[in-house]
Design a protein around this ligand. Structure first.
Ligand code: B12
Ligand code: SF4
Length: 514
């Protein structure tokens, strides 16, 4: 069969700070290609919708699969599916990915017959079975693990048996030079592990993977890294280097092969402090940037987001990262109930610390515990606003004042890093990128004011809404943990971490799930 895999268009963030290769979709595409299908992939983060429609019209694919990791992309995907079905009636249309898994039935409803199946969970595990059913036995489609169709649902999604067996179809992406992460321009994405053993209330990473945590072997990771031409590497793990032994083993394998790259990773403050030797070692290997989810700068805020890291430990982690000379970006979550005084305190704090501070807005997502408790308070159910850059819960300040405060704060912080002290270094890096023809980050800087401005944010709220998120919450509904999971939890056996790391996770998490 002719299969087309599609990643939807850019969200706000992608137009300024980063744009990354669709690693999950590449993995699913490769699993299908191994069965001798003819496979293409189009990434609308960099290609126009026109390019998609031309490909449909000229190539006439039999099977089209959309990746829906981000809730904000749902309307775009539904519209593309409807438009495609109207010109290519016999094509089978499937949607998969993180967000699609949590709202599978609703996506089918929005499609009004244009979407044939939502395939929940890890795509590599079931895509081949789905393709076989589509090709030879349509009655078998509704029996594929993870499949949700108008004719019924298959059994729960399956896990990939061995992550080491997977390969991403990186070659299917037409222009890899368009992927970047700040000054890492160009930048490729790599996976060292999958899942997260913690259970933060605002996050769906753990509910998707049933609180499991699996690792790729150092050998497989090194093989992947050695095959990647880009110097910049984004490690996509939710929390990098949880398990000290694994992190050291990967590092040693990289050192043996003499692979030199610049790495960016995301982790937790307490992991950084627990595994200090790991981060020291990886600094030597080329980690330059670390993203830390501090979430809040006071104990009350941390409690709200159910992260049980004492604040002092977070600040200690920042000190330690500074001492290594790492470039740290911190994420804070802005609560819609912030008032003018709160914004002022945050601004002052952010100006005091040398790190880059990124502020996202507290947003309840399907698949999170906050979704169960907060959805009845939603001010809007427009998918496009669920990108943690827009406020979907009621703000204490009038919405325009909230955005003005938020964007002013971001702008002050942005300028802090474009000042006379950093400009020479930045200018050197940009000049180096420019010489190699890489202008993604420079273009991003120039886009900043156009993308992040109050009028545009408010206009986003005023757009007519065609597709809305369903809310099925009862007032004061208790949190029903089992209902949150996509992959069923398999408790301790599903986490490849040693006893002491498991104890450390248990001491620093707040949930009660297995
Ligand atoms: C890496 C990452 C990113 C990268 C994006 C890389 C990319 N181009 O896809 C960057 C840093 C750019 C990013 C940005 C954002 N992210 Co992000 N991101 C992640 C993260 C940590 C891992 C995703 C990943 O690459 N995993 C590894 C690959 C192998 O897995 P995967 O992509 O999920 O693919 C698997 C399945 O989903 C499925 N699948 C995927 N596509 C398809 C398609 C088909 C047909 C099928 C069958 C299956 C399938 O099979 C794949 C293989 O098993 C996830 C958390 C998580 N664990 O999922 C958050 C996450 C997806 N991001 C999230 C958010 C909120 C954002 C932002 C909106 C944040 C912001 N600051 O604005 C932005 C928006 C991005 C944008 N498009 O503009 C949320 C999503 C919330 C939601 N429900 O919408 C998540 C879940 C984090 C969280 N804990 O809440 N993100
Ligand atoms: S540590 Fe918490 S926020 Fe981070 S990925 Fe795990 S569950 Fe999500």
């Amino acid at each position: 069969m002719k299969l087309l895999f599609v990643h939807p268009g850019p969200l706000l963030y992608t137009n300024v700070f980063l744009r990354l290769e669709p690693l999950g979709l590449e993995l699913v595409a490769e699993a299908a290609r191994r069965r001798k299908h003819s496979v293409r992939l189009i990434d609308l983060q960099g290609e126009s919708p026109g390019a998609y429609h031309r490909m449909i019209a000229e190539w006439l694919p039999d099977f089209i699969a959309f990746s829906c990791n981000y809730l904000a992309n749902v309307p775009e995907i539904v519209d593309l599916a409807v438009a495609t079905k109207s010109v290519l009636r016999r094509a089978f249309i499937c949607v998969g990915g993180h967000s699609a898994s949590f709202i599978a039935e609703t996506i089918l409803e929005h499609g009004e017959g244009a979407i044939d199946c939502v395939l929940k969970g890890e795509g590599e595990a079931s895509i081949v079975e789905l393709l076989e059913a589509v090709a030879s036995d349509v009655n078998a489609i509704a029996k594929v693990p993870g499949a949700v169709t108008a004719n019924g649902n298959g059994p729960p999604p399956r896990f990939v048996e061995h992550l080491d067996d997977l390969r991403p179809a990186r070659d299917l992406v037409t222009n890899r030079r368009k992927y970047f992460l700040g000054v890492l321009d160009p930048c490729a994405s790599v996976e060292f592990s999958r899942g997260c053993p913690w259970d933060c209330s605002f996050c769906s990473a753990w509910t998707f993977y049933g609180r499991s945590y699996r690792q790729l072997s150092p050998e497989r990771i090194v093989e992947d890294l050695a095959s990647i031409p880009e110097h910049g590497i984004f490690i996509v793990d939710d929390v990098a280097f949880i398990q000290e032994r694994h992190a050291i083993a990967i590092g040693e394998a990289i050192a043996r092969k003499n692979i030199r790259k610049n790495y960016y990773l995301e982790t937790r403050g307490d992991v950084l402090l627990k595994n200090k030797e790991v981060f020291k070692f990886w600094k030597e290997l080329g980690v330059t940037q670390v993203f830390l989810g501090i979430e809040a700068i006071d104990e009350e805020g941390l409690k709200k987001f159910r992260k049980r890291i004492p604040l002092g430990r977070n600040f200690e982690a920042l000190e330690f990262a500074r001492s290594l000379g790492l470039y740290v970006a911190i994420n804070l979550i802005a609560d819609p109930d912030w008032d003018l005084e709160r914004f002022r305190v945050i601004r002052d704090w952010c100006m005091d610390v040398p790190e880059v501070v990124n502020i996202s807005i507290n947003t309840p997502y399907p698949g999170t515990e906050t979704w169960l408790t907060e959805q009845r308070r939603l001010q809007t159910r427009d998918y496009r606003l669920f990108d943690i850059q827009h406020a979907v819960l009621p703000t204490k300040l009038p919405l325009d004042v909230f955005y003005r405060e938020l964007l002013d704060t971001q702008w002050v912080l942005y300028r802090k890093h474009m000042n006379w002290r950093t400009t020479p270094t930045l200018a050197r890096v940009l000049a180096h990128n420019l010489r190699r023809g890489q202008i993604n980050f420079i273009r991003g800087i120039m886009n900043y004011k156009r993308v992040y401005n109050v009028e545009k944010m408010l206009a986003d709220h005023a757009r007519p809404v065609r597709y809305e998120l369903p809310t099925r919450a009862e007032p004061n509904a208790p949190t029903a943990r089992p209902a949150l999971y996509i992959h069923a939890p398999r408790r301790r056996a599903a986490r490849t971490i040693d006893g002491s790391t498991e104890r450390f996770v248990n001491e620093t998490r707040v949930g009660t799930s297995g």
